[in-house]
Design a protein. Structure first.
Length: 365
């Protein structure tokens, strides 16, 4: 009986792993020190370092992702854990806010310091801090800030979030509207090749790739495989459909060649027919819009004005708008997902590594 119970547990465990949408997408942050710079999408850029962490995935980048389900976890041997923020130039600040995990060892003291003439000056001390709290400090301008967490040796600090504020403005975090989105299909794999990221050049049509191409996914057998015409495409968040190509008509080969040739020599000022094929656009009502391209089909009853839920199936992967569709081939099947933020596509002012870090925060549902 015990053997059967163990077998059932293992099967359930494997099923949980197989259904994970995020397990197979890599962490793009360095372990103890890194930089956050998302261009116009972050309030300020800054470098950070932490004293240590138990793993690459449970490290300092989790402090700034707006997600209380992730943590920075320190090692047990240390009695003091610290986070250092370097803005590069002086910034006005007057509050420090923290969110300690209930799984953390007891924190006996928090020290807030600034670097002054190569020495650390303590501005504020909080004794026996609550799990969640905020410390007001005299309004100051500083470029480098350090927050120390004192604890008994032998216990691990687990910190969910840490924010440096100027009044209510968070200087060290991503906006909540850029987090908690789902990946657009089960087991979707964010591509490793920069060619498939937003901002990549497309020389053959004198253009720029404005989306993120999902070519593969992890199946229930935990094996990475190419997308198929039966691969469901999911809404990445709740919202309202503002475009749906239910009456899509494929291009002819002559139309395809004519558009390609024209685009190679002229700027694209308006698009009435392009390589995006059958599409759905969703307005998430927070300045973020998502566009799903190359669909082979769209779920019935979806029309302009339809309200969709996070994770709802809206269509199926395909190759519409591409030369393979015109040739009746099943090549090039994938999802081209565009993320538009305040009317501008994600990635036009960011380097590939910045885009990858942003997407790691973005897809955290």
């Amino acid at each position: 009986m015990i053997k059967y119970a163990i077998l059932i547990f293992v099967l359930l465990k494997c099923n949980i792993i197989a259904d994970s949408r995020y397990l197979y997408n890599k962490n793009h942050f360095l372990q103890n020190t890194d930089e956050l710079n998302f261009g116009r999408l972050s309030p300020v850029s800054f470098k950070y370092s932490v004293s240590n962490c138990i793993s690459t995935s449970d490290c300092g980048h989790n402090l700034f992702d707006g997600n209380r389900n992730t943590e920075w976890i320190g090692i047990k041997e240390s009695e003091i854990e610290s986070v250092t923020i370097d803005f590069g130039s002086k910034r006005l600040l007057n509050n420090i806010r923290w969110d300690i995990s209930p799984n953390s060892t007891l924190i006996t003291e928090i020290q807030i310091q600034v670097l002054n003439r190569n020495e650390w000056k303590t501005l504020s001390t909080v004794m026996s801090p609550a799990l969640q709290g905020i410390a007001e400090i005299v309004s100051t301008d500083a470029s480098i800030v350090r927050i120390n967490f004192l604890k008994p040796e032998g216990g691990s600090l687990a910190l969910r979030q840490l924010s440096i504020l100027l009044n209510e403005s968070n200087l060290t975090g991503i906006s909540p509207r850029f987090t908690s989105y789902s990946l657009p299909t089960y087991g979707a794999v964010i591509p490793e090749d920069d060619y498939y990221l937003p901002g990549a050049p497309r020389k053959y049509r004198n253009g720029i790739h404005k989306g993120l191409d999902f070519n593969t996914y992890i199946g229930s057998d935990q094996i990475e495989q190419k997308m198929k015409l039966t691969t469901p495409i999911l809404a990445i968040a709740s919202g309202e459909v503002v475009r749906v190509d239910n009456d899509y008509i494929p291009m002819s080969l002559n139309e395809y060649n004519d558009i390609t040739q024209y685009n190679q020599n002229h700027p694209v000022t308006y698009v009435d027919k392009d390589f995006g094929g059958r599409q759905i656009w969703i307005d998430h009502k927070n300045g973020v819009m998502s566009s799903y391209n190359h669909l082979s089909s769209i779920v019935k009853n979806i029309k302009i004005g339809t309200k969709v839920a996070n994770g709802e199936i809206i269509g199926y992967a395909g190759n519409s708008g591409l030369i393979s569709e015109i040739k009746s081939s099943k090549d090039q099947i994938h999802l081209h997902l565009e993320l538009w933020i305040d009317g501008e596509y994600l990635g036009n002012d960011m380097k590939p590594i910045q885009i990858r870090k942003f997407l790691q925060y973005f897809f955290t549902e």
